[in-house]
Write a protein that binds this ligand. Structure first.
Ligand SMILES: Cc1ncc(COP(=O)(O)O)c(C=O)c1O
Length: 370
């Protein structure tokens, strides 16, 4: 007689054990269609168009070669914090360096709101909600008002109703491009029941910054990055600025050794060259205005921008325009899945020749007809 055995029940210790709020997330996705590699125009990640001058890169590479790679770098990247503090006029004790502003945001959400709530307006930087949920927070989104204006009253009401530990705002905002109205930000800062995390990834392209408000607001955290105006996306460096006691708390959830040797050598050299960064910003702003005018002349609707990108409605289904641009080797960002942006694409401001290729390809696509 044969007996059949059913296999023993093995508890699923993998995917099923991942927190349900994490499983419910949609992974960060660049939505870049598959295109042949080659001479691509990369206007989909809001990177700086130009690299740093060759001689500076060489100086950094030479220093890097003299350092021991088998040793840990400085655990808290003190030289980086000093350099960033000098660059923006704050003491190093008010600065905490991170592996990109993404890591800075994740640390702020973890410190303030794990097992709590973060309120943010929407649409905003798509990673903000992912980072907050990853840090263990619940996210409550509040729609931006007409013209993508910050609805301070609605944001504060939501923060009170949901007993939010933190409010996140980006100014200028991504992907809409505009800076938040100063009165609205001030209202949120004054009325917030908890911490305010203000993301200034694009502040260099804007007319306003909230860094100075740190001194009057012990609940304010400003987050900045080396990835945009400072042309250092490859370094993965971002930073938090806040009052020193708050920085000391946030450092407890930032990983030690989060900045590798390359970043620790490069930042002090590059941060001292504000002249290079400033002329880069001027060139990008001039190109942004030129591209904005060209898009309007093509019949597109263009939103005001204080960043290194433009949000626009091409007047045709964005997914199709996105795909056809990619077929011509031009990558832009399809943001049409975001709330209120169903008709929109986002294009980063590149170098002059790349911008011309984008405008030429878009004119071609729009001429083709549906
Ligand atoms: C508003 C905003 N914040 C933060 C980031 C993240 O930048 P990084 O992690 O490269 O510093 C981005 C990147 O696009 C952004 O748009």
């Amino acid at each position: 007689m044969t007996t059949t055995c059913s296999p023993p029940e093995i508890p699923d210790r993998g995917v099923a054990r991942v927190r349900s709020d994490v499983r419910a997330l949609r992974a960060y996705c660049l939505s870049a269609p598959v295109v042949a590699a080659g001479d691509l125009v990369r206007l989909h990640q809001n990177e700086a168009p130009d690299d740093w001058p060759e001689d500076l890169k060489r100086e950094i590479a030479d220093r890097l070669a003299t350092l021991p790679w088998h040793r840990y770098p400085a655990a808290r990247a003190e030289a980086v914090c000093e350099a960033l503090g000098r660059m923006q006029g704050t003491p190093a004790a008010m600065v905490a360096a991170a592996a990109g502003s993404n890591e800075a945001l994740a640390a702020a959400f973890a410190a303030f709101a794990a097992r709590g709530t973060v309120v943010m307006s929407s649409p905003t930087y798509s990673m903000a909600a992912i980072l907050a949920v990853g840090a263990g927070a619940r996210v409550v989104e509040v729609p931006l008002g007409p013209g993508f204006a910050l609805d301070a009253g609605a944001l504060l009401r939501a923060a009170r109703v949901h007993r939010a530990e933190a409010i996140y705002m980006a100014s200028p905002n991504n992907p809409t491009g505009g800076a938040l109205a100063p009165e609205a930000v001030a209202e949120v800062l004054d009325g917030a029941p908890g911490a305010v995390v203000l993301d200034e990834a694009y502040w260099e392209f804007a007319k306003t910054s909230w860094l100075e408000s740190i001194h009057a607001h012990p609940h304010l955290v400003v987050v900045r990055t080396f990835s945009k105006a400072l042309a250092g996306a490859g370094l993965r460096v971002g930073w938090i600025t806040a009052q020193a006691p708050l920085v000391a708390e946030l450092l407890k959830v930032l990983l030690p050794y989060n900045l590798n040797v390359f970043a620790q050598v490069a930042v002090p050299v590059l941060a001292a060259r504000r002249d290079v960064a400033a002329s880069r910003v001027r060139a990008i702003v001039a190109e942004r205005d030129r591209i904005g005018r060209a898009l309007l002349a093509m019949g597109a609707c263009v939103y005001p921008s204080e960043t290194n990108f433009l949000l626009f409605e091409p007047g045709r289904p964005p997914a199709e325009v996105h795909r056809k641009l990619a077929e011509r080797g031009v990558l832009v960002r399809d943001v049409s899945a975001a709330p209120s942006l169903a008709a929109c694409l986002r294009v980063s401001i590149g170098a002059g020749a790349d911008n011309d290729r984008f405008l030429g390809a878009l004119a071609d696509v729009l001429k083709e007809g549906p």
